[in-house]
Design a protein around this ligand. Sequence first.
Ligand code: GUN
Length: 283
Amino acid sequence: MSSLIIDGKQISAEIRNELLQEVASLKEQNVVPGLAVVLVGEDPASKVYVGSKEKACQQLGIYSEVHKLAADTTEEELLALIGKLNSQASINGILVQLPLPGHINEKAVIDAISVEKDVDGFHPQSVGNLSIGDDSLLPCTPAGVIELIKRSGTSISGKHAVVIGRSNIVGKPVAMLLLREHATVTICHSRTANMEELARSADILVVAIGKAKAIGKSYVKPGAVVIDVGINRLPDGKLAGDVDYEDCLGTAGAITPVPGGVGPMTITMLMKNTVKAAKRAHG
Ligand code: GUN
């Protein structure tokens, strides 16, 4: 069987084109969506992510503000900035780049973001809304996973979806979103007894464990859709997913590459959340 390669760059470009139109129609109502990104300290990877977010905003006509704070910024100072952004009308979305320096309580910071502006979907109220099925701002990477599945032509309803990994930022919310899409969902994790067998019964397999090439074709039912959320740096400097891509080619019905699968979707979904939040603020 030849596997369909799910092209995250192309699907991401499709969504950005839709967003361009939405931003244009908001502009006719004198509304410009606005995103504030807060970066504390000098983490090189975080700087790269923040730069990509800024660029995406520029490309789509979204107003953006980047607040670069020194590594020794106090929690009080950061909370004061968030308070100000919460009440700033030109800002519809607030993203505090993680990880934060050790002396700052991440939970206190996330809790302080107004839920209407929580474009990361990390606030406990956003998590609760997702679980209840309310139309909240969805966490970006999990929402990107669902878009990839749907836009590559797979219907989710009635399928058995297996999620490997139970993190708060990917595994759990992906499972909840798949459930909302009417899949039958199994969550596997490091203590799962018969993971290979469970995974092999999946029509849709989502992997987010942070271990390079840990999942090979013995975990994949022929024809299954395989979504690889992992991005791992190999000793030779190359990137690899959590799925052994080459091994699964020919067994999976459809599969995401790394890079070029889930990765390009995350920032696009952040842009989508920012536009959604702007629509709501003016709706
Ligand atoms: N750092 C790495 N990924 C993310 C993300 O999705 N959101 C935030 N806020 N920080 C991150």
